[in-house]
Design a protein around this ligand. Structure first.
Ligand code: AMP
Length: 120
């Protein structure tokens, strides 16, 4: 895993240098709409701390940061009204998963039948 790059686009959103369509925020996490939605509902939830991916977060995050990130996931799902129909939580980590932005982000997608988890 590469070192954290503080010039990644989500770091710029967190610093307020780039706008986002904010859906939810707490002390440790921010949720906003994906700029290129892959489903009728497509949000991103990111920790405010500098973590490259989920393994980096697991190794370095405090209990409060972990709780804050998952609280933001739950609040975003509720705000988007996805609980009843179902939704998917995705974290792409590293090159095999085609992670484009090297700051941990959970995709929340829903609003339609999402099909199988992975293409065969
Ligand atoms: P991943 O491939 O998991 O790294 O996904 C990165 C996601 O970030 C993609 O779904 C992009 O559409 C999204 N994205 C990139 N730039 C922005 C931005 N400025 N605001 C919101 N979403 C973005």
């Amino acid at each position: 895993m590469a070192a954290y790059d503080s010039n990644n686009i989500f770091a710029k959103i967190l610093r307020g240098e780039i706008p986002c369509d904010k859906l939810f925020e707490n002390e440790h996490a921010l949720a906003f709409s994906d700029i290129n939605p892959q489903a009728p509902a497509h949000a991103l939830v990111i920790p405010k701390g500098s973590y490259v991916d989920a393994a980096d977060f697991a190794a370095g995050a405090t209990a409060a940061e972990v709780a804050g990130l998952f609280a933001a996931v739950g609040a975003t799902v509720a705000k988007l009204g996805l609980a009843e129909g179902g939704w998917r939580l995705i974290a792409n980590c590293g090159s095999n998963a085609h992670q484009e932005v090297p700051h941990l982000h959970f995709h929340i997608v829903g609003g339609r039948d999402l099909g199988a988890m992975l293409p065969k």
